[in-house]
Design a protein around this ligand. Sequence first.
Ligand code: BGC
Length: 589
Amino acid sequence: MEIKEAAVTRIYARAAPSSSSSSSSSSLLMCNQRFRRQSCASPPPCAPTVATSAGSRHFPILHAARIHQGRCAPEQRSKHQNRRPPKGQDERRHGDPAPGRHPSGHAQQGTGTSNHKPGEVQKHLEPFRLSLEKLQDVSARLRKDMIRGLGKHSHHRASVKMLPTFVRATPDGTEKGDFLALDLGGTNFRVLHVRVLEEEQRVLKMDSQICAIPQDIMLGTGEKLFDHIAACLAEFLDSQKLRGQTLPLGFTFSFPCEQKEIDKSILIRWTKGFNCSGVEGEDVVNLLKEAIHRRGDYDISSVAMVNDTVGTMMSCGYRDQSCEIGMIIGTGTNACYMEEMKNVKRVEGEDGRMCINTEWGGFGDDGCLKDVLTEFDEEVDKTSINPGVHTFEKMISGMYLGEIVRLVLLKLTEEKLLFRGCPSEALLTPGSFETRFISEIEEPDSGLENAKKILTKLDLDWDLVDACVARLVCDTVSSRSARLCAAALATIVNRIRINRGLDHLKTTVGVDGTVYRKHPNFSDELQAAVRLLAPKCDVTFLISEDGSGKGAAMVTAVAQRLALQSRLLEDSDGEDEEEEEEEKCDANI
Ligand code: BGC
């Protein structure tokens, strides 16, 4: 990284939020900044030279911008913008438009200058910064909503659904067999053949096939969607020479479902860009079976319905038997955990535990997070295909983070704090700022270079300060996402600890999802915040290895084991009586 770049990035990263000033909140902010410094402003090896050569570590940002590649400071630019550089030595950056023109060739609408004011930028980002107190408060609200969701009479008005999954146990290592698994929840649909080996305590993915789900199917009729799924399954069975075998099937269906039994699952509502007609309120297993019957060329045996969080917990539970929480931070977000049966008021029975799919994405749908939402969140919600639904998810997950960043960048441009006040066509286009850009821009080493490439790709007239501000925006939005997730996860681990009357809880969370996996410091930040929000819990995070595929097979295997055990139990229950009867019989003879 060049000397002046290092200085500019440092200045922007150092511009710390001001309003959350209590000691605890600042400790969280400090911890945040520590991670941030690693990512956004990691001092490059040449940093000390910067300080000396520039005379001060704190030289003003505009000076830094001015010295960058010898180009004009923004305020000077208007004077010089028509001056042509010597041939072959274009002084403008790659991606800079012709003077007074937008890169697309359109005439610029802005003034052609932007005012790089760190204070002004920070003011717009301030609503994203949540103090520790605020996060504790969010956690307390979620705790209340979770209790409401578990209640027999209150669950229907709960925005956090707390859905019983009928998964009553995590793997004990004795599971085995061959399974089919279906995975629907993102833009792709997968079919898998999975083998669970008892001896080696291993789950093997034998083979899998990915089928894309085109947009017209995601938004078409339910019949078309399930016909598509049945067709993919048929193709897979043929390619694997499995047609004719009746393997048990685990169906990972990553949407909120009211599960009546392990094989009866009513879709409550679509999320994450799906909106197929005629499926909400219907049993998904039935719809799948009907589609297979419509084809009439193959059949399936038992089906176990699984949410991806449950698959994630189960796939990790096989490796670490203290794994009793599953969390997804990907296209959508959600978590499940093992709750005491006595608290699951909607299901009969007091003994043991049951896995509850919290559907925490719906948190805030009753308006209880109004004070946390920013104008950008409101805009994202308004323009989504499901306004008013999955409020918490829309602040956190991969489907929405890029769009939040785009809206913030657009606002800063409108305020002439970025890109000389000129948005490009791309920046004006919803969905153009992909969530993966956030991870790329926040990469510790290559982030600034990535930012420059991405801004160029978006046809923006950027300078170094713009690139740093874009990085700061990404950092702020992803940081809020990580901390909100931490608040929600802390609610769960604190609840498990209190449920069990423990002073200290040691537990494991199985995690999956692109945001958690791919973002350079999301996981660090989330974990650091959980430590602050759940100080009496020692939480280990285990990345799931294909929870939606292998985990689904595992749920099916556990369901089979439990069914077998309960059948054996019934057999042995009757054994004594039968013996007595036989003895009586013998005596009579
Ligand atoms: C769905 C959940 C799912 C989560 C992660 C949400 O939109 O409602 O059921 O677990 O996405 O995939």
